[in-house]
Design a protein around this ligand. Structure first.
Ligand SMILES: *Cc1c(COP(=O)(O)O)cnc(C)c1O
Length: 367
């Protein structure tokens, strides 16, 4: 099966993991600190904290920004963790409709702001940045925090600026399907000392180290830490991120050309100033094919093409339905009906992309 996305682990990644396994400290040592420094340098941001997942980093970010008891305007087209962690913080997700590129529609945010709104939580769908400057402006005008779930987009850019330093807090995921991996893992990046210090306490039991054996517990917390072996893999992977993105970009450009004149679907990838990490290569099938989506999916699986759908609108899930009984956001619904993510990752080459592209077109031609 050729998956829609997957990790690329090479000999040097393996060597650094093995070397770290032999080191005296397997957790809470200097390697995590080095990985955090590398992330700061790469993203041109002041503070970075490694976490054991993006989900726990999201929890810590929301908690550090005191979202409890307030509303957060967010997107229904995301992995459910973006909203789950809001609910876990007693913050109410207010779903905003999206644009045709899958990102939150910044023009629809203002009408959803109430006296209870505290934050805007966006995601960089498929790896492409949201309209950062417009969202920053709305946040500033209304005294809201801007939190970016950038689980898809490490290495991407808004204009010429790296994703990671543009929101009040930015979250990355290092799950194996994401642009780089630490197996499980995530990170929180911020320029705010306050958010950094609070999130750091939440990450590790609310413990503040004092002197020798003496520490204090000044808030409640968890064990959300990333270990040394994950961090070693992260350091090694981060060095290759540019190269990985370049491979994805070449494949994406090949698909763009190959599919340019096909009558079945349009493509989302654009070669523009907001450089995407191309975590996903989404195609949007034409409305007359919506009812054939299951058939397309079945046929692709039979051909060992590991396509996936990103995403079902979060408010449609059972856990959310009771809270949002009448919710229907037309663009989000349309996107869910139309979208299919096809294989695009750093383990592929153009020859593989060509084969997949041909197989896919054959599937559509023989529906
Ligand atoms: C993958 C993903 C997450 C969760 O990441 P984990 O590291 O698996 O916790 C959260 N949000 C988005 C948008 C994601 O794609």
């Amino acid at each position: 099966m050729q998956p829609y996305s997957t990790q690329l682990i090479q000999e040097d990644d393996i060597a650094s993991v093995i070397q770290t396994l032999r080191s005296p400290l397997l957790t809470q040592g200097h390697i995590i600190e080095k990985f955090e420094e590398d992330l700061c340098q790469f993203c041109e941001v002041k503070y970075a904290l490694g976490f054991n997942s993006a989900t726990s980093a999201l929890y810590a970010a929301y908690n550090a920004c005191n979202l409890g008891g307030f509303e957060a305007i967010t997107t229904p087209i995301s992995f459910v963790a973006t909203s789950n962690m809001l609910l876990q913080n007693h913050s109410m997700p207010i779903f905003c409709d999206i644009k045709s590129d899958g990102n939150i529609d910044e023009n629809k945010i203002s009408s959803l702001i109430t006296p209870k709104t505290k934050a805007i939580v966006s995601i960089d769908y498929g790896g492409k940045s949201v309209e950062v400057e417009k969202i920053q402006q709305i946040a500033k005008n209304n005294k809201l925090v801007f939190i970016s779930d950038s689980s898809h987009s490490i290495g991407g850019r808004f204009n010429n600026k790296r994703i990671g330093s543009l929101a009040d807090a930015t979250i990355f995921s290092f799950h194996p399907v994401k642009p780089i991996t630490t197996i499980e893992g995530g990170a929180l990046l911020t320029n705010s000392k306050d958010i950094y210090e609070k999130a750091k306490l939440i990450r590790s039991h609310g413990v503040l180290k004092k002197h020798l054996w003496c520490y204090d517990v000044i808030t409640n917390g968890f064990n959300f830490r990333m270990n040394e072996i994950q961090a070693a893999l992260g350091i090694s992977q981060l060095k290759k991120l540019e190269e990985f993105i370049q491979i994805r970009e070449e494949i994406a450009c090949f698909y763009d050309n190959f599919f340019a004149k096909n009558p079945f679907f349009t493509t989302l990838h654009q070669n523009n100033i907001h450089q995407s990490s191309n975590h996903l290569y989404p195609i949007l099938i034409n409305p007359n094919l919506f009812e054939k989506k299951e058939q397309i999916f079945q046929k692709a699986l039979k051909e060992k093409i590991g396509i996936q759908i990103h995403y079902k609108p979060i408010y449609q899930f059972s856990y959310y339905k009771d809270r949002y009984p009448q919710m229907f956001l037309p663009q989000a619904e349309y996107f869910y009906n139309a979208e299919i993510s096809i294989p695009c990752h750093q383990k592929m080459n153009l020859q593989m992309a060509k084969q997949i592209a041909e197989q896919l077109l054959t599937i559509f031609e023989t529906l």
